[in-house]
Design a protein. Structure first.
Length: 133
């Protein structure tokens, strides 16, 4: 399976793995699966740090590099097509631009998006897995 981690799932996988459900943790740790992280998640984490909502004990660049290495993850590209697709998705859908980009990325790249966001999990036009399970 090719899995794209939603931003909160990325944070959980690195900082709070106990937040992940047993199945999700197993999927991330299974070497047969390919794990992907979007630069949009880096943007969201930078915003969370800037607003004081989370803290990390190193630079964000170092944190991301460590996350990519430890999760054996790859960076998925953010393209102009992804940006356009984010606002061509069937409505009603998420208002958050970052979530739209993550879903559009999953659709275009044929990835399964691991998330705990109910709005995304209920969106039938993308492959998802519930991070809490």
């Amino acid at each position: 399976m090719k899995i794209l981690l939603d931003t909160h799932v990325l944070i959980w996988a690195v900082e709070k793995p106990e937040e992940l459900g047993k199945n999700s943790k197993s999927l991330i740790e299974d070497g047969e699966n390919e794990i992907f992280i979007s630069p949009i998640s880096t943007l969201e984490i930078a915003q969370l740090i800037s607003s004081g909502r989370i803290e990390i004990n190193q630079t964000l660049n170092s944190w991301i590099k460590k996350a990519l290495r430890n999760l054996k993850a790859e960076t998925v590209t953010f393209t102009h097509e992804t940006a356009e697709t984010a606002y061509r998705m069937q409505e009603p859908f998420h208002k958050d631009p970052a979530d739209r980009i993550l879903v559009a990325t999953a659709v275009l790249e044929n990835l399964t998006l691991m998330t705990a966001d109910e709005r995304i999990l209920n969106y039938k036009h993308a492959s998802t897995v519930n991070a809490r399970k």
